[in-house]
Design a protein. Structure first.
Length: 143
């Protein structure tokens, strides 16, 4: 059974390129064997992570449990968890939103202010934002 999980968290320390690669590199190596796909959005300025994970229920649940206890994350909040018929993020073992290419007007489309704050947005708006970022080629990384 496939599921989609969407969560947000606050970085324990401001994420830099090394921290980000420390998350993405193992994800891209390990996720294919677990059947997990998804996208990670990191806003270094505000220290916010927004991530969607898709895959088998057991594999996604185990990964989320590791994320919750990962010292790089604080205030982990489950935004959405649903059974799905098909994946939307199947193109990435773990894609990354290129925040340098992000148009602030796109953020205003889904939130009150032109900044990424999934804690103040409905989960459906966060998911719609990720889908639009994918559609506008703002997600990078090899599958």
């Amino acid at each position: 059974m496939l599921v989609r999980l969407l969560y947000a968290s606050r970085a324990a320390v401001p994420p830099d390129a090394e921290t980000l690669q420390g998350i993405l590199r193992p994800s891209r190596l390990n996720n294919p064997a677990q059947g997990i796909t998804g996208v990670l959005c990191v806003c270094s300025a505000s220290g916010v992570y927004l991530q969607v994970l898709e895959g088998g229920r057991g594999a996604v649940n185990r990964l989320y449990q590791r994320i919750v206890t990962d010292r790089r994350h604080g205030d982990v909040e489950l935004l959405s968890y649903e059974e799905i018929v098909e994946r939307r993020f199947n193109g990435w073992a773990m894609g990354q939103v290129d925040m340098s290419r992000l148009n602030p007007a796109l953020l205003l489309k889904y939130s009150e202010k032109p900044r990424l704050d999934p804690f103040a947005m409905p989960a459906s708006a966060s998911m719609a934002l990720l889908l639009e970022l994918m559609a506008t080629a703002s997600v990078v990384g090899s599958p």
